[in-house]
Ligand binder design. Sequence first.
Ligand SMILES: [Zn+2]
Length: 271
Amino acid sequence: MQIFSLILLIAVGLFFGGRFYMQRRRREALLNSSLSPDHCKILRARVPVYAKLPEALRGRLEGLINRFLDEVKFYGGEGLAVTDEMRVTIAAQACLLIVNKPNRWFSSLRTIMVYPAAFKSKLTGVKDHVHSEHETVRSGESWAKGPVILAWDHAAYGAFVIDDGQNVVMHEFAHQLDEQTGQTDGSPLLDADQSASRWARVFQSAYAQLQSDIRAGASNVLDAYGATNPAEFFAVATEVFFERAQELRAQDPDLYAELAQYYRLDPVDWD
Ligand SMILES: [Zn+2]
């Protein structure tokens, strides 16, 4: 009986060890692979930032997109048939966030739901001990340990217009990165060489500045939605970091520097 148990244990160990090994090999192969010509064509037509990237980053982005398309399942809402154009356009924008962070992945993401246009979302809240539920119209949502939901028209527009500081896919995937600490609070997992106290100081100051600019009616490169809470601030700052890098660096060099160190990118150089 003991021998039988031992053999069973070894067999189970070999099975899972083998599966893990095969999965790792498959991922490595995908990360080192180029995009198919059809997918490249989609990127060139729909995601202009791709052509602006330095060559080394472009190659890495292609590998990440291939892994993303292999591991993340897309579903269409309201009868939408999800096409390769949608998958590649969305994957490219999401993967741009981690293009220079080789150890980071959207580890809890399995599915993306794509609606044709802005969709209704039921929000539940508690205020003064009264539970309320109301509907709101959204272009995107990121669920903690769950799916990302996107409106295709907004995702496509965000991919195509790369200098307006608005990008719903980057916004929702910044939330995905943020939640990897277990809390979506604007403080994502930092690498060992980045100071958490400096991050907190810089972000709190920029957040307070945005709130006071809104009160004073003063201009700020960050969208007012970023003043909702620190998590939204990080997501909005991410959109602007990638799409209005020059202006963000001019307005708040410290905030730009923290984001540049976090994403290990310098989008100012891409212009
Ligand atoms: Zn958000």
